[in-house]
Write a new protein. Sequence first.
Length: 381
Amino acid sequence: MTEPITERRIGYCTNVHPGADLSSMLGNIGQCVAMIRTELDEDELLPIGLWLSRETLDEALRLPSGQLRGDLEKIGTMAFTLNGFPYGNFHKDRVKHDVYQPDWSRPERLRYTIDLADLLIDLIPPESTAGISTLPIGWSTVDEDRMEGAVVNLQQAADHLAAIEARTGHCLHIDLEPEPGCLLQRSEDVVELFEKRLLNVDNESIVRRHLRVCHDVCHAAVMFESQSEVVANYDSAGIQIGKIQVSTAIEARGDDPDSMERLRAFTEPRWLHQVSIRNEDGITFHEDLERAIEQETLQPGDCWRIHFHVPVHRDRIESLPTTQSDLRQAIALLAGRPEITDWEVETYAWNALPEAPEIDELAIGIADEIRWTRRHVESAS
């Protein structure tokens, strides 16, 4: 088998942009991308991780072959990966747990991911490789029956991607993304899924090639997993990292008595902001920041980590520390690996910050994130 062409790509994820339909989504992306390219002083196409809801994907699939790629190029960008995690409207007034539906036991999730793969081969250069990040099976309430269905669907998806590679030369992979509170929330959960379920089949080579992991650095940090531990777990199990989501969380520390009041400004109704609290008694988990604030008080010795994606180039937000040091560690560990090509900045919660930016401020912020990521990845390579 000839290995597909690979090269490092660093871009940002477009799930930061709302869009009720494909046209409005492309318009929002194009407006921001134009300003980002100006800020970066670049003429080349800007790499993006494209997010398409089920509805906008259906529109894209009705377009003539090559049109979406051409439309993206006209607005100065190119898709190097797809974000297949949110299925529905990621910018409706309240998302919360809905983002984990349909889970991988449902035929809708399989169909959506296969359709994304069929579109992706029309967006990337010939005989290249690219990934589709996806949810980690579902929320932690997924039961055994649904788990069995999820494994079957993931194996079918891998078979579909193998058929695509045999036909086109494109090596596509589905990248499971562990997240706090989900069935897969730590690297060891992913390893267990592969070793006990996914690899107990005749097509192990297909599973290993086309099912990988999306390492969202923020998610691991919220779970207080060290970056070296995460990487070692995947290496020891032979699980490939298909994509790095460049991301950071916010922290609150017990030695700063004003932190709790600052945290209140980050409670918001749209997305789930899971919380892990570490102290000498261990780690306590809460599904959402609002609930954690209602039930806990910040004590001396506490460290709260909140699943709230914040700008990666900033080490403090509203005077609260971020987990940028974890991100620096991940880059130091992984930037030198030639097989890890895709680095996707995924700060989708800009509009949920206590002071939401205007469109020009958003573009400048994303440009700063890309510039920071490039600099650190290149220096660590």
